[in-house]
Design a binder for this molecule. Structure first.
Ligand SMILES: Cc1cc2nc3c(=O)[nH]c(=O)nc-3n(C[C@H](O)[C@H](O)[C@H](O)COP(=O)(O)O)c2cc1C
Length: 369
């Protein structure tokens, strides 16, 4: 039996994948490449308009054939009901916050955005989530992952549609709630991770989630970028590893040059947890954006979804014009291993070979005789 076969965990059989490597990406091309390489591509659609989702998923299915993949939705609680409520809330954004953002625009000479962008036009509402969910449920996807909130009825509806539910959890308490809701797979995401996060580190979180999960498979996420770390996750009892930051270095992600350079230059200490991105704690690569919001004279970031309602247009402009000092993206402490661009299939092959080597090293430690 080859080394690669030895780490085919039960979740591989269950999901129909060759390797228990899960890859989250907002890029359809990256998610497709991960699934084609034998992993489980997870395509983030939280930043997509509901009417665009069916076409995107159809394109992803065409790209992967029969290989399984999931899509990921963010379903935070406490959002406004609909666009009318969102507009009323937008009107209530304090003048001091608007002035702070305008000052940032002036100081960094950010030209106006010319292209439409999700956050410059959209406020997260319950109506939006309902439409996104509807689009996903009726599409040809194998799994649905949910993060930042987990309405119980969503798990039931996803399961009723015959799809696998994967739930990202950041604490044993969240894990219990996801299990009670009926989640098929738990993704224990530690605070080393890029993106929205709780306070518990991956090495402390994963074993605790495994303890409460019983027979439900647990995938480890947060800070994983090498095969040795995947082997460590397996050694803890996780059935696989879930990576996000690593794919910002995938060629298919077409990461804008200024952002790519920032990510390559960054070490683990250059990421920060800030509410200045979305209003909820989110780990990002540090830039003048997170620094400005952390300054003593800065206003406190607004709660989700109002922080994006306030900053969406400026963030879109920063991204479009690649305003180097300000560009940033969600990124985890694993950014230390992002040292250049490579095709996603090459990243998958490197991870698989490294995991083989790490497991062989551990096997060699076993007592003989
Ligand atoms: C750029 C980026 C965007 C992310 N967006 C989401 C998201 O929309 N939904 C989600 O469930 N997780 C999101 N995440 C978190 C990932 O799913 C994953 O848990 C995390 O990246 C794992 O840790 P790592 O970044 O150290 O690999 C994002 C991560 C990154 C790096």
């Amino acid at each position: 039996m080859s080394a690669a076969r030895r780490w085919r965990t039960p979740v591989c059989e269950r999901l129909g994948i060759a390797l228990p490597i899960f890859g989250f990406s907002h890029s359809l091309e990256v998610a497709a490449a991960i699934s084609r390489a034998g992993g489980y591509g997870v395509f983030g659609v939280a930043r997509e308009r509901p009417d665009a989702i069916p076409g995107l998923i159809a394109k992803l299915r065409e790209a992967v054939g029969d290989a399984p993949f999931a899509v990921d939705l963010m379903l935070p609680a406490g959002m406004p009901a609909d666009d009318a409520e969102a507009e009323a809330g937008r009107a209530g954004i304090p003048a001091a916050h608007r002035a702070f953002v305008e000052d940032l625009r002036r100081r960094f000479e950010v030209p106006a955005a010319t292209k439409p962008h999700f956050f410059s036009h959209t406020v997260r509402t319950r109506a939006l989530f309902a439409e996104q969910l509807e689009a996903v449920l009726t599409a040809d996807v194998d799994g649905v992952a949910t993060a930042v909130g987990l309405p119980v009825e969503v798990v039931a509806r996803v399961r009723a549609s015959g799809k696998t539910t994967l739930s990202l959890v950041g604490s044993p308490k969240h894990a219990r709630a996801a299990l009670a809701a009926g989640a098929d797979v738990l993704v224990a995401q530690g605070c080393d991770a890029g993106g929205h996060t709780g306070p518990i580190g991956t090495f402390s979180l994963v074993p605790q989630v495994i303890e409460v999960a019983g027979d439900v498979p647990v995938i480890a996420a947060g800070g994983i970028a090498t095969g040795a770390q995947i082997a460590a996750a397996l050694a803890m009892g996780a059935q696989g590893a879930w990576l996000g930051t690593a794919w910002l270095g995938a060629l298919e992600n077409r990461t804008p040059r200024a952002l790519l350079e920032r990510l390559i230059a960054a070490g683990s200490e250059d990421t920060v947890i800030t509410r200045a991105h979305s209003g909820k704690p989110c780990r990002v690569v540090r830039s003048a954006w997170s620094d400005a919001w952390a300054a003593p004279d800065a206003p406190a970031p607004l709660p989700m979804p109002w922080q994006h309602a306030l900053t969406g247009e400026l963030l879109a402009a920063i991204e479009e014009h690649e305003v180097a000092p300000l560009v940033y993206e969600a990124a985890g402490q694993s950014v230390a291993w992002l040292q250049g661009e490579a095709p996603a299939a090459d990243i998958m092959a490197r991870l698989a070979a490294q995991t083989d080597a790490a497991l062989a090293r551990i096997a060699a430690l076993a007592p003989r005789g």
